[in-house]
Design a protein around this ligand. Sequence first.
Ligand code: FAD
Length: 370
Amino acid sequence: MNPDFLIVGGGIIGLSSALELVQGGASVAVLERGTCGGESSWAGGGILSPLLPWDYPAAVTDLTQSSSRYYAEWAGQIAGISGLDPEYRRSGMLVLPEFDSERAMNWSRSHQARIEWVQQRDRLPEAAGDDEALWLPDVAQVRNPRLIKALRLALERTGVRIVEHVEVTGMAVGGGRLVRLDTTAGPFGAGQYVVAAGAWSKKLLGEQGTQVEIKPIRGQMLLFRTRPGTLRHIILQNGFYLIPRDDGHVLGGSTLEDSGFDKSTSEEARNQLYTSATKLLPPLAQAEFVKHWAGLRPGSPGNIPIIARHPQIENLYLNSGHFRYGVTMAPASARILANRIFRREQPFDISVYDWPEINTKALDKVQNLV
Ligand SMILES: Cc1cc2nc3c(=O)[nH]c(=O)nc-3n(C[C@H](O)[C@H](O)[C@H](O)COP(=O)(O)OP(=O)(O)OC[C@H]3O[C@@H](n4cnc5c(N)ncnc54)[C@H](O)[C@@H]3O)c2cc1C
C-alpha cells in the first residue's frame, strides 16, 4: 500500500521531516539515492548556531533559535529510541577578532542570547595575543554523522520505510497533483510528497521548481586527531573554525565555493585550511592528520530555506535550501513543515519560508496598479 508521505532525500532534513510526520500519525517512506546522510549532512561540522549570529536576517535567527531551544530534548529523544548517542554537547564557542562587538552585544540583548567578553588566553592558553574575545557559552554542537545514524535507526524503529540506493528520476504531474515518482527501481506513489534533496532539490524539481533558487556551494574540511581535552570548545576566527569532539578529533573548516556539482577536494584549499588550523591551535601541527573532504551545501539566498507547499501542486512540499545551517535548523524546519501539513499552530511568522511565487505576485501587482 502507498504511504501517506514519500520523502525524497535521506539527509538530516529528509530524516528529521520523516520523524515529525511519523510522530504526527502518518505512514512515511524515504527514498535516498545513496545512503542516508552520505552527502552534506555527513560532510558538515555540526555547530548548532550561525557562525556570527548577529550577521544574519531574522528568518535565520528565528529558525536557528527555535531549533536550539529544543535540540537537547530532540537529540535525547533520538538517542532514547535508537540507543545511539549523537554527542549533543553545549561546548560553547569562542569568537576571536575581528568582529563588530557593538552589533554582537546589541544582538545579544535583543535575543536574550548570552555573549561575554573574555581574555583570549583564559580560554585558549596557546593563544599568543592579549586580545579580548567573545564567549558564547550556550553554543552547542552535535556529531552529525552519529546523529544521522541514530536518526535513521530511530525512524526504522518507529515504522518509517527507508529505501536506499534508489534515485528519483522524474515526477508525473496531473490535475494539479503529483501522481507518482519515477525512480531507478520503478514507480513510487504516495498521498503527499516532500522534496528534501539538498543541493539537488532544484534539479530534481525541474520545471516544477523554476522559481526555486537553491544551488550547490562546496565546503572543504580537515580532520585531525589529538589527545582528548586538547581543545574543549569551538573557536572561530575570520570565518575559519575548529570543532573538538569528545574523543580528541578536531575538525577544521571550511571553504565556500561556487563550483557546481563538483565534490572534489583541492590541494590549495587543504593548504589554506591546514595553515589556519595550526595557526589557531598550534598543537595541531603535531597532531595526526586524518582526512580531507568536501560536501555540497544547499545554497540559498540569505541562507533562508523554503519550507512550504508548491503553489500549484497541492500534494508537493519542499524542505530545502538550509545552506550553511541545515544541521542546526533541522528540528525546527521539520516541525514547521509538519505544522503546515497538519494545520497546527506555528511558533512564529513563517511566511518568509514560502515557496516563491514570482510570476503570480508580479501579475497581482500589475493588476492592482491598473
Ligand atoms: C563543509 C560543511 C560544513 C558544514 N557545517 C555545518 C555546521 O557546522 N552546522 C550546520 O548546521 N550545518 C553545517 N553545514 C550545512 C549542512 O550540512 C547542510 O545544510 C545540511 O546537511 C543540508 O541537509 P539536507 O538534508 O538538505 O541535504 P543533504 O544532506 O545533502 O541530503 C540530501 C539527500 O538527497 C539525496 N538526493 C538528491 N537527489 C536525489 C534523487 N534524485 N533521488 C533520491 N535521493 C536524492 C542525496 O543523495 C542526499 O543524501 C555544513 C556543510 C558543509 C558542506
